[in-house]
Design a protein around this ligand. Structure first.
Ligand SMILES: N[C@@H](CCC(=O)N[C@@H](CS)C(=O)NCC(=O)O)C(=O)O
Length: 209
């Protein structure tokens, strides 16, 4: 039983998406390092007792329940905070688009890192490099789909949301910042603006230096 949020994290990983949202809500959190950044199998071992899939992040809620899956955490934290700052409420004009693109991020884009980061989990060594290259090309296509849907200045238009927080973090990942700046300028700009918000700046600095 714990009275605070506990976030299993690695700097620069998807845990930054949750750390930033907790910061926006002003919710206190204790960070637990999840086992390093260079060996995904070591991370899986370190996380084994918390997340059976061995992935970061995992969030232990006040009360002790464990949550995995950043989208689920995103929706639940908004409920706990009784706030629509990051998650448009049921009546908001942006609600449907928010849910659509939140799920697109975690169900389409995010899994491409599971496949691309350690390709030998999925294909034999001989084909791993080519497989990884194809995964990254497919990821680029998915980001272009999102770029076409971005309204600006925030992803959803006039209002900031958790989608922009995901973009702040995920535009730091492969295919890399230079690619996003050139190829998906609206996504890049929304992510930059989210990362520049006063509550989020320290989180970005801790995660990405
Ligand atoms: N669907 C999960 C994805 C989490 C995920 O892929 N995390 C990565 C780090 S950013 C991870 O732990 N990778 C190591 C692995 O998959 O073994 C979520 O949204 O939380």
């Amino acid at each position: 039983m714990t009275a605070e949020f506990v976030l299993y994290e690695n700097p620069g990983w998807g845990s930054a998406i949750i750390e930033a949202q907790l910061a926006v809500y002003g919710m206190p959190v204790r960070l637990v390092p999840a086992g390093g950044t260079s060996d995904p199998d070591a991370v899986a071992r370190a996380m084994a007792g918390v997340n059976p899939l061995g992935q970061v992040p995992a969030l232990v809620l006040p009360g002790g329940a464990v949550m995995t899956e950043t989208a689920a955490m995103t929706l639940h934290m908004a409920d706990l905070a009784r706030s629509d700052v990051l998650v448009p409420g049921p009546e908001a004009a942006e609600r449907a688009a928010f849910l659509r693109w939140l799920v697109f991020l975690v169900a389409a884009v995010y899994p491409s890192f599971a496949y691309g980061d350690v390709p030998t989990r999925f294909v034999p060594e001989a084909g791993a490099e080519a497989f990884q290259a194809r995964v990254i090309e497919h990821r680029k296509a998915m980001w272009r789909v999102m770029e076409a849907a971005a309204v600006g200045p925030w992803f959803l238009g006039a209002r900031f949301s958790a989608i922009d927080v995901y973009l702040a973090v995920m535009t730091r990942w492969r295919p890399g910042q230079a690619w996003f700046q050139t190829e998906t300028p609206r996504l890049w700009a929304a992510g930059q603006a989210a990362g520049g918000r006063a509550e989020v700046v320290p989180v970005m600095a801790r995660n990405f230096g």
